[in-house]
Design a protein around this ligand. Structure first.
Ligand code: PAF
Length: 284
């Protein structure tokens, strides 16, 4: 069932009183990565809500908000196949009101701590995580789920959302699900649609770099700088590296040496498409 209004969601969840509700927040253009979240939600909850909303306030002025893929018909087919109980696809005005200027001198924002946002994706995407936390908290308040499901591919996003939930006593359990990859190793992303066939091949360097870092760590190299240096032999003029970091997987703190709690994270542009990926160095 597809609804566009907040009031329709509220009516539905009233009917589900006492049942365990799972929410899978998405921006649509659903792929196997999203479907893995939906499947996990179906396994563990009585009712599953998928939200589909390309959230304007998490895109910077020069980012791809206008051209972000919008494929509601196909998304609905996939959700129906997975027996999703409710799809909530609001308009921007339904979420933020008519004629609202979407800036924080006009709208209440959730601002995650500087320590968590002033690194990795947050460094180049200023304000992005304010937009993410704001819409996620709004969705939590509208749907009132018991659990919400997020992919590990957006590792910084999940850590920040967990922090928000803890700091603001939000009664929602955050469930993180593993990255889904193509057979080639490429992490699934709605933005892969922007890549040519050749671009997709070039994009394999992200997972290759991460796998190699993990292999080197397993061989006993723990010095972070030495691990990061192993990446350079993979990069050509087809790749514009934005960051490669090895941090604590729970706190995003820096250490001098990698350990079983480390995560390696990369962002790199290929054909001007910004791609991200990550890998845990220790056992999960
Ligand atoms: O990961 C995403 O698709 C988005 O950031 C989210 C969590 C749906 C918020 O708009």
């Amino acid at each position: 069932m597809l609804v566009h209004k907040i009031s329709e969601v509220k009516e539905k969840i009233k009917e589900w009183n006492g049942l365990k509700i799972g929410l899978v927040p998405t921006m649509g253009a659903l792929h196997e990565g999203h479907l893995s979240l939906i499947k996990k939600a179906k396994e563990t909850c009585d009712k599953v809500v998928v939200s589909i909303f390309v959230n304007p306030i998490q895109f910077g002025p020069s980012e791809d908000y206008d051209k972000y893929p919008r494929t509601l018909e196909n998304d609905m087919e996939l959700c129906n196949k997975e027996r999703v109980d409710l799809v909530f696809a609001p308009s921007p005005s339904e979420m933020y009101g008519e004629n609202i200027r979407l800036s924080n001198d006009n709208l209440t924002y959730v601002c995650p701590p500087f320590f968590y946002v002033n690194k990795l994706c947050g460094k180049s995407r200023v304000g992005h995580f304010d937009g993410v936390c704001t819409v996620v908290l709004k969705l939590f308040n509208i749907v009132q789920p018991d659990c919400a499901f997020f992919g590990q591919k957006d590792a910084q996003q999940v850590i920040i959302i967990k922090k928000m939930v803890k700091d603001l006593n939000v009664p929602v359990q955050i469930i993180q699900c593993p990255i889904v990859r193509e057979e080639s190793g490429l992490a699934l992303s709605s933005r892969n649609k922007y890549l040519s066939e050749n671009g997709k091949k070039e994009a394999l360097v992200l997972s290759q770099i991460l796998n190699n870092i993990k292999a080197c760590y397993k061989k006993g190299i723990t010095d972070i700088e030495a691990l990061k240096e192993t990446a350079y032999s993979y990069l050509t003029d087809k790749h514009e590296l934005e960051y490669l970091e090895i941090l604590d997987k729970n706190t995003l703190e820096e250490n001098q040496n990698a350990n079983e709690n480390s995560i390696a994270l990369i962002a790199c542009r290929v054909e001007n498409v910004r791609l991200i990926d990550n890998i845990y160095l220790g056992e999960i």
